[in-house]
Ligand binder design. Sequence first.
Ligand code: ATP
Ligand code: MG
Length: 466
Amino acid sequence: MLASHPKIDLPILHLVGEEADRLGLECYVIGGYVRDIFLHRDSTDIDVVVVGSGIDLAQAVAKRLGKGAHLSVFKTYGTAQVKRGKIELEFVGARRESYQHDSRNPIVEDGTLEDDQNRRDFTINAMAVCLNKDRYGELLDPFGGIHDMNKCTIRTPLDPDITYSDDPLRMMRAIRFATQLGFCLDRETFDSIERNRERIKIITKERIVEELNKIMLSRKPSVGWILLDKTRLLPLIFPELSALKGVEIKDGKGHKDVFFHTLQVLDNLAQKSDNLWLRWAALLHDIGKPKSKAWDDHAGWTFRNHNYLGAKMIPRIFKTMKMPQNEKMQYVIKMVDLHMRPINLIEDTVTDSAVRRLLFEAGNDIDDLMLLCDADITSRNEEKVRRFHKNYELVRQKMIELEEKDRIRNFQPPVRGEEIMQLLNLEPCARVGELKNAIKDAILDGIIPNEYEAAKAYLMKIANQE
Ligand code: ATP
Ligand code: MG
């Protein structure tokens, strides 16, 4: 009985129950909201299933709530939403679903609560709590959702082969919930996902990426990627990542398994940053390694220019995955491209010019880049790890000093194009750009300070020399 639970004993839910009683309808809170009560997770979306018309009940509830509530009706889907403050109530009629082979969109008919629970994806998502007054707070858990939560297990209510084949998106959802909740896949669920993996092909890329993003934003995203790999879904949805797997040995020399290294970098980074796109950059930072891998009789395995090759692969990956083709992608490209640069700044002999150039290229993303580089240290040798982190600390220090002095991060040329034209009596032409670049290079190389007067003097000097 949950009648007195603070997440069920809410005035708005009592009101829903009263209106349902008045209309003679059975109604229940169902799905994620009920699950999250037991898992102590916050949720503000409340799904209400009505045996009868969800729209009728939503309209009655909205009327009772008056001005403070907002009603939206989606006639074609037979659903309606009532929003009040932070709370969103989603009303839907109980339904029975049957599927055809080539689509994840079922034929839908009105049904009982039981029919509705049967169509749910996992036992933990199929629990319902009654809102009608005489049964208020009664929990209906026909498939043992509570038991599975105690065992931290993801399991389908019915035969998993039917559940996954009907709607293959559920395979992604299973793995996403396992990652978010720290649960395991039940053995039969796991085997069934592997068996039905080819069915993922009928799911749109957008849906897949939605689940991948949720995996990426979890506390430990590697869990999801490892499950995708073990169920053999990975090569179907993300072949480039799958290609990072494995170790080749030659003359007794192996290299790191790039897949597992990558996942460790991703988990390291996830502990430091919630930025979804920086997490994607971590996942993709070595994506160019298979292409750049070569054997050198002296150096052993090498991955020259893998950062560059990786950055070049990203537009195609984003396009195929239907991920955003905008500044977010540019940011990921930049991170992947630059991720080897700070390591080259570690040596004593490194020039201020090299540091300034990195500051210039990374701009305001320099702190993110340094987070990525820190996360990229995955050696098992603790002494080495400590040394690397310390070296990065020194690089950071150097950057701070130079930034204070030269303000390179948000570099704006101290002498603008128009002024160059005016001073030298030039029409708009390529020459103006060349001169602007020469000033920029002189500043980055420390020949002149990042100041207007110095830049102007330098401009006049080089213009006169030529
Ligand atoms: P969250 O909102 O935290 O991602 P949720 O469980 O609320 O988790 P939703 O996608 O909001 O997930 O779906 C609400 C409910 O609808 C689920 O709890 C589940 O009962 C059901 N559901 C959602 N998608 C499916 C699906 N593809 N197959 C079967 N049932 C589903
Ligand atoms: Mg939800």
